[in-house]
Design a protein around this ligand. Structure first.
Ligand SMILES: [Zn+2]
Length: 396
């Protein structure tokens, strides 16, 4: 009796194993997810690839052996709209800062021109949709804690790791109690110009001040959820709900120390915090951005190999998307990877892995409509609202 049952079980197992993979339910979802992903506008609001334009070793049009972004890999990952971030060290101020920002803006325009077969510069949500219809990648510009420059810049972060003269940062000692009067004027001016107001990096008080002043919905171009990982760069549940109540969107950042609490705590021990680590590496590299990036990568890899840092896998990103959606609804969440500027979790080594996010959301039961909104639709809606408000303000 027992032997017969074992025998039957063995036959059943053999039968199950012999079923071709194509009839399993899993593969149906994988196929549907691929179709949805590659027919959607997949928009990423924060990529530090701009810094790489200044390296002789980097070519946006070719597949590069390092980094997270280039055109061939964007095509492979179905990423067809990108905000190139303009970033300058928060301690660089005045004319030098403006010159550096202008050089970077030039470099973005130049790289788009060089790759015009595959890429198109976009200033409006309509431009992004047109690029997609033409089978091209839409390139946009966001300024990270910079100055007021309108050369196609579509968002500006109110601060970076350090305070501005008019806005407190989340990673500096408060100096202004949020946004100064001048800072509030800047937000109003951004509304007038149709530039999206980005609250990633700002202190909680600056966020609430900006939310009160801005006529247009705000974006967090690259922030995650503090309820899951208690980094000050992430947003609390209350902030996410308040952002959503005014129509805004949180674009989830993939940086390991922003998405995984165990990793955040361990990396604080290893490096003594982001700012301390940065200052340490600057002694070795000076102003050489490439050297800085390489050194940071090496340090991180070594600490992980030695077991000082825990492993973090890509599905953590999906946990943050899902948390924000449960809090605020699928209309208020999107993607802001921080590719080429952050340490990516395992399984998200570059932008070719993006289709996994779509498939994971589908497996969780998200509707096709909601997934499309998260991939890019929500950000385009906010962009259109910023454009509409700009027209209204300018007509007054
Ligand atoms: Zn940033």
């Amino acid at each position: 009796m027992r032997a017969a049952r074992l025998f039957a079980a063995a036959i059943l197992a053999a039968l199950l194993l012999s079923i071709p993979a194509s009839v399993s339910f899993g593969d149906d979802i994988a196929e549907r997810a691929r179709k949805l992903h590659f027919s959607s506008i997949v928009l990423d609001t924060h990529d530090d690839t701009t810094q790489r334009f200044f390296s002789k070793n980097f070519d946006l049009g070719k597949r590069n052996p390092d980094g997270h972004i280039d055109i061939p890999r964007m095509k492979e990952g179905g990423m067809n709209a990108i905000f190139f971030s303009i970033w300058i060290d928060g301690r660089t101020m005045g004319p030098t800062a403006i010159q550096k920002a202008l050089d970077q803006i030039d470099a973005v325009h130049e790289n788009v021109r060089k790759n015009s077969k595959d890429m198109m510069f976009a200033r409006t949500a309509a431009d992004v949709r047109k690029a997609h219809a033409d089978g091209k990648i839409a390139a946009l510009i966001g300024v990270e804690g910079g100055h007021m420059i309108d050369l196609g810049v579509r968002y500006m972060t109110l601060s970076h790791f350090y305070n501005d003269e008019w806005a407190d940062s989340s990673t500096d000692k408060p100096a202004h109690n949020g946004l100064t009067d001048y800072g509030k004027q800047i937000v109003r001016e951004m509304n007038r110009q149709g530039m999206m107001v980005d609250i990633s990096h700002v202190s909680d008080k600056t966020f609430y001040d900006a939310l009160e002043v801005s006529k247009a919905p705000l974006i967090a171009s690259h922030s995650s959820c503090r309820a899951i990982c208690s980094h000050p760069r992430d947003m609390t549940d209350d902030m996410i709900k308040a952002l959503a109540a005014k129509g805004g969107v949180i674009q989830i950042n993939y940086e390991k120390s922003f998405i995984d609490e165990a990793y955040r705590q361990a990396s604080e021990k290893v490096s003594g915090g982001v700012v301390a680590m940065f200052d340490q590496l600057k002694k070795q590299c000076g102003e050489d951005e490439e050297c800085l990036g390489k050194k940071m990568n090496e340090m991180e890899k070594q600490a992980t190999a030695e077991g000082k840092l825990p492993h973090v896998t890509w599905d953590r990103i999906v946990d943050h998307i899902d948390h924000a959606v449960k809090l605020a609804g699928a209309d208020h969440v999107g993607l802001g990877s921080d590719f080429d500027g952050a340490t990516m979790p395992e399984g998200m080594e570059d932008c070719t892995h993006l289709p996994k996010i779509t498939e994971a959301l589908m497996r969780k039961g998200y509707s096709d409509d909601d997934i499309r909104k998260i991939l890019g639709g929500n950000l385009l809606r906010v962009m259109e609202q910023a454009e509409k408000i700009s027209h209204e303000v300018q007509a007054q």
